[in-house]
Write a protein that binds this ligand. Sequence first.
Ligand SMILES: CC(C)(COP(=O)(O)OP(=O)(O)OC[C@H]1O[C@@H](n2cnc3c(N)ncnc32)[C@H](O)[C@@H]1OP(=O)(O)O)[C@@H](O)C(=O)NCCC(=O)NCCS
Length: 196
Amino acid sequence: MGSDDRVAVSTPSMRIEVDELVIRPYRPDDARELMEAVSDSIEHLRPWMPWIQFEPQDIHDKRKLIKSFSEEWESRTGFTMGIFLGDRVVGGTGFHVRGPNDSLEIGYWVRTGHTRQRIAVRSTAALTEEAFQHSQIDRVFINHDEANIASEGVPLSLGFSLFAREPREALTSGDSGVLKRWVMTREDWLLKKQDQ
Ligand SMILES: CC(C)(COP(=O)(O)OP(=O)(O)OC[C@H]1O[C@@H](n2cnc3c(N)ncnc32)[C@H](O)[C@@H]1OP(=O)(O)O)[C@@H](O)C(=O)NCCC(=O)NCCS
């Protein structure tokens, strides 16, 4: 990553609790749950998540995938986490290490049957708080395709500001080819917390 300041980011918390939800890295024994959560949600994820092209995956594929997530954690090139309700995977989230060097990007998906319970909003608020625990991080980004109205509800609910609206290659069947990028600065996050 060269001069990227984020190489100095200490490892994010391995376990974040939000109400009844636990956000943590996947472990090898989560492979079956992750496989079932994605397979239940394929049609709901297909319009928006580029990785759905690699589905269906069996349990061996999922074990390999979880191993690759662990390797990314170790090299600090990505921080993928599951969102758990007890033992059940109800979604996925994490930090992408991309974009400006003083930033992290949050991604998310929620399992079919668990949407509209503010799981994405609550998890993203917790990850935004986590990001700003690291002094190198001054901005948190959320990116989504303009046509993905459900995804847009997350940064809007949390008071992120529109940073850019730019063309990009459509990657999935739902994509319009216009990317919306939302930002939360450290300063704005602190102000929002003071107002609560
Ligand atoms: C986008 C997604 C993660 C939202 O998860 P969620 O947990 O259901 O979202 P939340 O309950 O936190 O919703 C937050 C707000 O977003 C908006 N929203 C969420 N889903 C919506 C929908 N289907 N239609 C319109 N607005 C929606 C609402 O304003 C909602 O607040 P409200 O329920 O109080 O009205 C989920 O729909 C999903 O997994 N989509 C497929 C994968 C995906 O698109 N991931 C993002 C890629 S950028």
